[in-house]
Design a protein around this ligand. Structure first.
Ligand code: ADP
Length: 374
């Protein structure tokens, strides 16, 4: 018979009520202060009540200077068209549901833009009147921006690369069919198409590699004194030979000064701008290239009478892979040309921009420094 063992049951000691109360706890106000996201609290008049340190850092405004102010005067966020998110209507008015997410560029106290994601959480009365709101403001990090570049690259790869690959594959497997015999003319036609598509692929891949080398500053400029009017005439004549639908006019003043530049790269910039002017002027018309100079800078403007750039997209078209939707669907291209132009002109110490009216066409201008010997 087993001896009965005495089992001791230990009951956990219950903490004294006083001890529980003393244990430090994170208060809501500390949580708001510690948050890595910017947090903005608004009252029913849309005036600022809470403005945490992360938001101070993001905006450059101090809490003490903004509490009590109207939100729209402090949280200035612009959308991709350059319009203020609260320009016409407050985002809080769009909150049929209690949470809304928006994206834009936050313009801080120093006028600098930071890409952000905003989450609005709104509290209303049962009759729909605003009681207050909390806005979380999170900086969109480089990783997220990279991921948007990656998805554009993916779209480009899947369309621009996939199309020639599919054509090459289809023609090659047709020719390789054991059960068919093709006339010499057909064989030649298919081989020519394969060659053309391979060239297209190869051009695209080289362009991608060239862009990444330019971005990494690993291209050396072969700088020399340039006669820009002469260079421009040369490029214009070459392009006019293959385009009979447009008139290309070049005009430079007689005393136009020499500039320092890499002739091959400036030729590339001019070619791209003029080719775009021709490509996006489907109705024909004239393309003008004008040179002017102001103090130590020359300005070269390529103007067209084409489809123009929609308002708000003037800067975006210089981004890598960016194409305006209405033109991208029908006109071939990769969205790399203007990005390359900007990288090349910046490397020369110049600037490039566009002025455009959708009804009257576009004017692309780049600057270069006048050669110091001049
Ligand atoms: P791609 O021409 O290969 O698309 P670019 O970088 O040269 O790439 O141009 C980017 C986009 O800018 C074009 O897709 C087009 O939407 C717009 N664009 C460029 N030049 C013009 C122009 N002269 N007129 C109208 N739109 C233009």
């Amino acid at each position: 018979m087993c001896a009965q063992r005495k089992v001791e049951v230990s009951t956990p000691s219950v903490p004294k009520a006083a001890q529980v109360r003393q244990r430090p706890r994170l208060r809501a106000v500390d949580a708001v202060s510690l948050s890595a996201d910017g947090i903005l609290g608004l009252n029913s008049d849309r005036r600022i009540q809470v403005f945490n340190p992360a938001l101070e850092q993001l905006t450059g405004f101090k809490r003490k200077d903004v509490v009590g102010k109207e939100c729209r005067n402090v949280l200035r966020v612009i959308d991709s068209h350059g319009d203020l998110l609260c320009g016409n209507e407050c985002p809080l008015d769009h909150t049929e549901s209690s949470r809304v997410k928006m994206e834009g560029e936050l313009i801080g106290a120093h006028g600098k833009g930071v890409p952000v994601e905003l989450h609005y959480a709104v509290k209303c009365t049962p009759t729909g009147e605003l009681l207050g709101a909390v806005v979380n403001v999170r900086e969109v990090t480089g990783v997220q921006q990279d991921s948007s570049v990656r998805s554009t690259l993916l779209a480009l790869v899947s369309h621009e690369l996939q199309t020639p690959i599919s054509i090459i594959k289809a023609y090659a497997s047709t020719l390789a069919r054991a059960d068919a015999s093709w006339s010499e003319a057909i064989v030649r036609e298919k081989l020519n198409a394969i060659e053309e598509e391979s060239d297209r692929l190869s051009r695209l891949v080289s362009r991608l590699l060239y862009t990444s080398r330019l971005e990494a500053n690993s291209i050396t400029l072969n700088l020399m004194l340039l006669d820009l009017p002469l260079e421009t005439q040369r490029v214009a004549r070459r392009l006019a030979e293959t385009d009979k639908d447009h008139e290309i006019l070049v005009s430079f003043p007689a005393d136009f000064p020499p500039v320092t530049g890499d002739p091959e790269k400036i030729d590339e910039v001019l070619t791209n701008l003029i080719e775009n002017a021709l490509k996006f002027s489907p109705e024909g018309g004239s393309v003008t290239i004008e040179g002017t100079f102001i103090d130590s800078e020359v300005h070269i403007t390529v103007g067209d009478q084409g489809i123009g750039i929609p308002e708000g997209e003037e800067e975006r078209i210089f981004e890598r892979f960016y194409r305006v939707t209405n033109s991208g669907g029908t006109t071939p291209g990769t969205g790399l040309g203007l990005h390359i132009c900007r990288l090349l002109i910046n490397a020369h110490g110049g600037r490039v921009w566009v002025e455009s009216h959708p009804s009257t066409g576009s004017r692309f201008t780049f600057t270069l420094p006048v050669a110091s010997e001049a």
